[in-house]
Ligand binder design. Structure first.
Ligand code: SF4
Ligand code: SF4
Length: 159
């Protein structure tokens, strides 16, 4: 259920920020949560190779993978270049559809993401992949095993 909180307790619906009327939720949302990330839907991973590709994403700082109602997304924490120091959108009259359609009556501030899964780190997603596939191993791990075996064989030959 979506919990709608149209305005913070005790505040009028609109506040003046630098002389501009702003929804009081946004005026007190410092810094604006919804202007600090982008998320892209990605194919649901079904193979070990798919998981390895997602592991590459989450190995990077500020990149996470989440699952929402069965759909998979890659999220990048990144501040929109149009968000000014006063928390206002510098491109308000040019802002894209996704921003126009996003409304504070029902937004990130109300509903801290309750995803099915949210993998913030390589290790979190790796552990999940290991549950999905008994013998999950990254290509790097497989290479390392081969290298160790070859080294062990060479040592035996020398003896
Ligand atoms: S729409 Fe919601 S998340 Fe975005 S700035 Fe306003 S209160 Fe914050
Ligand atoms: S264009 Fe404006 S409203 Fe849209 S994400 Fe950037 S700062 Fe936020």
């Amino acid at each position: 259920m979506v919990r709608v909180r149209p305005t913070p307790k005790g505040l009028p619906p609109e506040l003046l920020v630098d002389g501009i009327p702003v929804h009081s939720k946004c005026a007190t949302c410092l810094p604006a949560q919804c202007c600090h990330y982008v998320a892209l839907e990605t194919d649901k991973p079904t193979s070990k190779a798919d998981f390895e590709d997602l592991l590459w994403f989450v190995a990077h700082d500020g990149v996470s993978v989440y699952v929402d109602e069965g759909s998979w997304y890659v999220q990048f924490e990144t501040r929109c270049s149009f968000l000014a120091a006063n928390n206002l959108c510098q491109a308000y009259d040019r802002r894209p559809r996704i921003c126009v359609e996003y409304h504070p009556d029902e937004c990130d501030r109300d509903e801290p993401a309750g995803y099915d899964h949210h993998f913030h780190t390589f290790d979190e997603l790796y552990a999940y992949a290991r549950k999905r596939f008994k013998r999950f191993a990254t290509t790097g791990e497989k290479e390392a095993r081969k290298r160790k075996k070859a080294l062990a064989r060479r040592r035996k030959i020398r003896v």
